[in-house]
Ligand binder design. Structure first.
Ligand SMILES: Nc1ncnc2c1ncn2[C@@H]1O[C@@H]2COP(=O)(O)O[C@H]2[C@H]1O
Length: 933
């Protein structure tokens, strides 16, 4: 738990911000404790001083004297406010735009000298009121005499100064400096800055850092361990708070692993703009490796330890200026993008070579094109008019204003009034040109009368830009979906999506009552069951592909009629396997070296299998758990996780050539790689989602008997009886995972979760494991494509954001489960060999026991492995990989898949068919799996 600074020594000395907020603008005030009031400037008349109040919608406002004023927005627009204190002159008064009309309201608030509202100024979207401040004795200069302010008597905080950093600025009061006006940007949010200090002991260095933070009016929380730090961040996330600055003690790795903490924080949702500082030993600065490792882990700056408060304070001040302030400003760009995107006016931005870099939604509508048809195109493609004048003008940094004819898709040109503004982003030559189109007749009505693009995803190329969101917010980020545009071209759109699209369109133009009814209809239509797959017709003359695809995608009923009378029951996994946890697992340097690459797509899982003596899941699992901080998320000891992995691994059958613990480790590895890529794309899953995804991956095939569900049904296996032939294996994998886990306290990784969290984790894990069942493959894929590739907002297609997240997690594990055809070729071939061998063994047993033969073509004597792989890729893998790549942006999946596909085609042409043929061409990777249990 984090301890508040009140527990720290000297925490009381936080009141003043010495030497900051030098008054250089309107109403500037030195702001230091003893700073004199600034001289009157040209704006002052009759002893009055002008200053700015930015009007905001928030209800709680802090007056500069430190008290909080409550603003009540009344229905009629008037504002009822409480004053800040007992007869104290308040030098900020909280106004809304309506209030500015009513000076008397304001006067009522100022119970001392009267301030008055002089004018209202508008800057961008924000309205500012210029307020004439009463001066003279008893005025604001002495407001600090209030006991409510918490400031020293006579001290006036820097609230009226032109603040240099947000922390210098008082809440809700901004003055704009010249740079802001010249290079307009959205002013950053201006909350109380919070610092999280991670020091494992409160020594003199920690004390000095704390004091320096307090000097700069940071709200400090001190924690002593990585777990506490992450816990505090997680809690702050839940309460929509944030830490702007995190300072980690990096002086020794004994107490804290600063590098790991920094990396974890940096990968945690919402922390890409958090400033992370490492306090290092002075000696670290003599050699660069330790510091570079910290910086690579996401630390913004390393500072040397010091017991000198002044030095530390200056260092901190520089950080506030040069990192935190720009980060705060950067964080506001999202608002600008959103505003631009939603603008009814047509805005388009090109680079200096007139290639389109950005187009807002209105541009799509105007041009009747989808974003992927617009972005990166030469501007000349969308104009009939000659553009040479513009480019000439652009080079000499002049604006253009004139009539140009725009070419709509498949239509004749439309003359438009176009204004072009060149902008220089770096250097003085224009790097970008902003195009603003005036619509003839004005307004959006004109655009609405134009035929609209049929399948335009409502997004922009900025989907690829870094956007802050987690999977749950996918629904609210229209931008994100552009890269999914190509999904709509997959032949998988469920008819239901079309219906919802049409109804949503009708809804826009109907009465309120009709709209309500349509809402109800939509609610029904969004229910899960209606997303029956529009299954791709299997058009293949190849009997092997037909066999395989049929067996994978069809339910058990097909086989039930083929049951033979002399079916027997096979024994399924032994639930009392003993797990051997290698005692020295950490000490093996070869394993550790290999695991360094454990998030890479070409990770050698077969080598891991070999060097861990068939314990790849234990080693890989611990590495994944460590990397994704599962121990902290589950609040569980590492040894419990280790024991859990060992038991789960022991319940995978070594005798299976494919469905063994190496496959589980492989799926877990792919899951880790996908989570990392989602994080890179800032589509962050929360920590619990990551943990449950990894657990589901590790356990998703546990106790697999090496035979398919159809085989179990055909052979009256007790599991098939238990689960009524429905999703037999996956139900068993999920059930046995929890049976094993809950059955032994020593491996119960969930034991420290509260009831609700456990319930939700359990449900996620079960859902993910069940999603690996192939009979619902097209259903899952169709829904994923429908929701993430649709032009309709995802939230309009699903019941809830949680459902969106579920769809994503299902696809994640599905792709991980059958990612082997998209792995580097040598691994892909080895997996194909292993699955073929397992299928052959099933066929052998079916023959031997006179059971129906589920895949007759998978006979070791005759089967063509390349043909089976070609079919598998064409019918199962290809569309799914494209869909997933569109979502996650991992082009190597597609590249590998295409290379493998070509290789299988080549083998097929060469007549390289049987396992023996393949082996001759491509010897197995790693050790051959043992065939004995
Ligand atoms: N390379 C492959 N070739 C053929 N079938 C495969 C291949 N990889 C995975 N599968 C099948 O896809 C199924 C996915 O779910 P399972 O792991 O239960 O069982 C898997 C295999 O039956």
């Amino acid at each position: 738990m984090g301890c508040s600074t009140s527990a720290l020594p000297n925490s009381a000395s936080t009141t003043a911000a010495p030497g900051v907020g030098v008054g250089v603008g309107i109403g500037g005030n030195g702001g230091g404790p003893n700073a004199p009031l600034p001289p009157l400037d040209a704006n002052e008349k009759d002893g009055s001083l002008l200053f700015c109040i930015k009007l905001r919608r928030s209800r709680m406002r802090r007056c500069s004297c430190g008290a909080v004023t409550l603003q009540q927005q009344n229905g009629d627009g008037s504002t009822g406010s409480a004053t800040c204190g007992d007869n104290i002159m308040c030098n900020q008064v909280l106004l809304n735009p309506q209030q500015t009309k009513n000076e008397s309201d304001y006067e009522k608030l100022s119970t001392g000298k009267k301030d008055s509202i002089v004018t209202v100024a508008a800057l961008g979207n924000f309205t500012h009121s210029v307020v004439r401040r009463a001066t003279g004795t008893g005025s604001t200069g002495t407001s600090g005499t209030s006991s409510s302010g918490g400031g020293r008597p006579g001290h006036r905080k820097s609230s009226l100064a032109l603040a240099l950093t947000p922390e210098d600025e008082p809440m809700d009061v901004y003055t704009r400096n010249l740079m802001d006006l010249k290079y307009p940007t959205v002013l950053p949010p201006n909350p109380q800055l919070k610092a999280l200090l991670v020091f494992h002991k409160s020594d003199s260095i920690c004390e000095v850092v704390t004091l320096a933070c307090q000097r700069h009016q940071l709200d400090v929380t001190l924690v002593k361990s990585k777990e506490e730090a992450l816990d505090t961040l997680q809690k702050s996330y839940a309460t929509a708070q944030c830490y702007h600055l995190i300072i980690i003690d990096a002086r020794s790795t004994k107490g804290l692993d600063a590098e790991h903490i920094a990396r974890t924080i940096r990968h945690t949702h919402g922390h890409h703009l958090t400033t992370i500082i490492a306090v290092c030993k002075k000696s670290f600065f003599e050699k660069d490796d330790a510091l570079i490792a910290l910086l690579d882990a996401g630390v913004n700056r390393c500072i040397a330890e010091t017991t000198n408060l002044a030095m530390c304070s200056v260092e901190l001040k520089q950080i506030l200026h040069s990192i935190i302030r720009p980060h705060n400003v950067m964080s506001t760009q999202q608002a600008l993008y959103t505003a631009l995107h939603r603008l009814k006016e047509v805005v388009l931005i090109t680079d200096d070579l007139l290639r389109i870099q950005y187009a807002n939604r209105a541009t799509e509508r105007l041009l009747n094109m989808r974003l992927d048809e617009i972005i990166s195109k030469p501007l000349a493609d969308i104009f009939v008019s000659d553009l040479s004048t513009i480019s000439e003008q652009g080079k000499s940094i002049k604006e253009f204003d004139g009539i140009l004819t725009v070419r709509r898709k498949n239509q004749e040109g439309i003359p438009m009034h176009v204004r072009v503004v060149p902008v220089a982003c770096i250097g003085s030559a224009p790097t970008h040109l902003i195009f603003n189109f005036d619509i003839p007749g004005g307004g959006m009505d004109f655009i609405a009368t134009l035929p609209q693009p049929k399948e335009a995803p409502r997004g922009s190329l900025h989907s690829v830009r870094r956007c802050s969101f987690d999977v749950r917010s996918i629904a609210s980020d229209g931008l994100r979906r552009t890269s999914l545009a190509k999904l709509t071209s997959l032949p998988l759109e469920a008819p239901i999506t079309k219906i919802i699209n049409l109804l949503s369109q009708v809804q826009e133009n109907c009465s309120a009552d009709e709209a309500r009814l349509i809402d109800k209809v939509l609610e029904f239509l969004k229910r899960e069951g209606l997303y029956s797959p529009q299954m791709k017709e299997i058009r293949t003359d190849d009997p092997i592909a037909t066999d395989l695809i049929g067996a994978l995608l069809t339910g058990p009923s097909v086989y039930s009629s083929r049951r033979s009378s002399n079916d027997s029951i096979i024994r399924t996994g032994n639930s009392t396997r003993t797990a051997i946890v290698p005692a020295k697992m950490k000490a093996n340097p070869i394993v550790m070296e290999l695991l360094e690459e454990s998030l890479s797509w070409d990770f050698d899982i077969f080598k891991l299998e070999e060097i861990t003596d068939y314990h790849p899941l234990l080693y890989l699992g611990m590495e994944m758990f460590r990397r994704f901080d599962v121990f902290a998320t589950l609040n569980i000891d590492e040894n419990v996780c280790k024991a859990w992995l060992a038991v789960i691994e022991a319940h995978y059958h070594k005798s299976n050539t494919y469905h063994n613990s190496t496959h589980a480790a492989d799926v877990m590895q792919a899951t880790g790689a996908f989570i990392t890529q989602l994080t890179n794309r800032e589509m962050v899953m929360d920590r619990m989602d990551e943990a449950t995804a990894l657990i589901a991956a590790a356990a998703h095939d546990v106790d697999h008997p090496g035979r398919s569900s159809a085989f179990l049904s055909n052979s009256n296996n007790p599991l098939a009886i238990l689960y009524n032939d429905l999703t037999v294996l996956e139900n068993h994998h999920a059930a046995i995972t929890f049976k094993l886990t809950l059955g032994d306290d020593k491996i119960n990784i969930f034991k420290n979760l509260d009831k609700e969290t456990y319930k939700s984790a359990r449900s996620t894990i079960i859902d993910m494991i069940l999603a690996t069942e192939m009979t619902r493959h097209f259903e899952h894929l169709a829904k994923f494509v429908s929701v993430f590739g649709s032009e309709v907002e995802p939230r309009e297609l699903v019941q809830s954001e949680e459902e969106t997240s579920i769809l994503m997690r299902r696809m994640l594990i599905k792709v991980a489960d059958v990612s082997n055809p998209a792995r580097p070729m040598q691994y892909c071939i080895e997996w194909a060999r292993r699955i073929a061998e397992e299928y052959f063994m099933q066929t052998d047993e079916e023959k031997q026991r006179h059971l129906p033969i589920v895949m007759p073509m998978f006979d070791r004597a005759t089967c063509s492995i390349p043909k089976s792989q070609i079919g598998f890729i064409e019918y199962i893998i290809q569309d799914m990989m494209h869909a997933w790549d569109s979502f996650i942006d991992m082009p190597q999946l597609i590249t590998c898949m295409q290379i493998n596909y070509s290789q299988w085609k080549k083998y097929d042409e060469q007549g390289v068919n049987t396992l023996a043929d393949i082996m001759a061409k491509q010897p197995p990777v790693g050790n051959k799996p043992s065939n004995s249990k």
